[in-house]
Design a protein around this ligand. Structure first.
Ligand code: NDP
Length: 335
């Protein structure tokens, strides 16, 4: 495993990490999840990601149970792990107006509720899961500063914020003497590149002594880049077969299957490198030096075991290999 500093912090985060979206609450119970998380930790993964909204709070409960099981078995202690949650969407099917968003009220009360579900005194990383146009950024910066000050979180960050919003949060934090966001959590994969590669570029120079950390999500575009949906087949036990996530299937199958066709055309590149499509796609994300940690998802042990070997593929991603990938994943297919 490789480790990176998370942005300008001293926090040492594993280059690959493991999330709980979809899997916790819809696919795995604690008996099934624990061996995967334990194996992930044994393989060097130290960051596990969650959110208040995942399975309406059930994912946090499960992550808490997984943590306590590993602690009881002497696998890890709280200090060994970087645990996160994200606040914005609320934790019920239909949250009231005050139980969602980035008001001080929801940030503080939502974080307390998340900690109760997790059974933890603090999370390491606390994210604003989306920007909230209805709340002044100053209120949000003050509220996250309060959570850090109160020991509910060690670092705060954003997820899917525009560069201008992150820049404003930094200016406000500086003016108020509060912590800047340490990290952003954007989608990043071969199909979704622009925020990471273009919009956030000014945040990686370190020019004013601060660098943004990045914990990126959906490296496999929800499993599509594994190639398992080739020919439009949807395996029964896969994410795209889950009714609730039908929008992911529609996205993958849109435009007469252009996305699926492109994934098929990556196969010879992976074969030549001696790796699987999943490993190629994850390596492609991890190869970006501005990415602190690539958050993986795994519903099965064998996926995790396969995916962690992606780091061995990173040195093989020559300029020529990248050119071939870009000939397949053309700009029209990218966001
Ligand atoms: P991926 O795009 O990597 O998708 C993971 C899923 O792909 C797995 O659950 C599994 O689904 C399938 N898969 C994984 N490996 C393989 C393999 N080797 N072969 C075949 N199928 C495979 O990541 P996620 O979309 O899960 O995102 C990762 C994490 O990022 C989330 O858990 C969450 O913590 C975070 N996230 C954050 C968001 C945000 O807004 N901040 C939004 C979304 C995610 P299956 O077996 O069911 O098909």
């Amino acid at each position: 495993m490789l480790y990176e500093r998370l942005g300008s912090s001293e926090l040492s985060i594993s280059k690959l990490s493991l999330g709980t979206w979809v899997t916790f609450g819809y696919q795995l119970d604690v008996e099934a999840a624990y061996p995967i998380f334990k194996r992930a930790y044994e393989l060097g993964i130290n960051f596990f990601d969650c959110a208040e909204t995942y399975a309406q709070g059930k994912a946090e409960q499960l992550l808490g149970q997984v943590f306590r099981k590993g602690e009881a078995e002497g696998i890890w202690s709280r200090e060994d792990l970087i645990l996160s949650t994200k606040i914005f969407f609320g934790s019920t099917a239909k949250p009231s107006r005050t139980a969602q968003g980035l008001s001080r009220k929801h940030i503080v009360e939502g974080t307390r509720a998340s900690l109760r579900r997790l059974g933890l005194e603090h999370v390491d990383l606390l994210y604003a899961h989306r920007p909230d146009p209805a709340t002044p950024i100053e209120e949000t910066v003050r509220a996250f500063g309060h959570c850090v000050e109160q020991g509910m979180a060690h670092y705060w960050g954003t997820s899917e914020w525009e560069a201008a919003q992150i820049a404003e949060a930094c200016r406000i934090a500086d003016r108020l003497g509060l912590p800047r966001p340490t990290m952003e959590q954007p989608q990043y994969n071969m199909f979704h590149r622009k925020p990471v590669e273009q919009e956030y570029a000014p945040f990686f120079t370190g020019a004013d002594g601060w660098r943004l950390g990045l914990t990126t999500w959906s490296p496999l575009y929800s499993g599509v880049l594994s190639g398992k949906y080739s020919g439009g087949r949807v395996p029964e036990d896969s994410r795209l077969s889950i009714e609730r996530y039908s929008f992911l299937k529609e996205r993958a199958f849109a435009d007469s299957g252009r996305v699926l066709d492109a994934v098929d055309r990556l196969t010879p590149i992976a074969e030549q490198l001696g790796c699987s499509l999943s490993q190629l796609a994850i390596a492609w994300c991890a190869a970006n030096p501005n990415v602190s940690s690539v958050i993986l998802g795994a519903s099965k042990m064998k996926q995790l075991e396969e995916n962690v070997h992606a780091l061995e593929v990173v040195p093989k991603l020559s300029a020529e290999v990248r050119r071939r990938i870009d000939q397949v994943i053309t700009p029209e297919l990218q966001q």
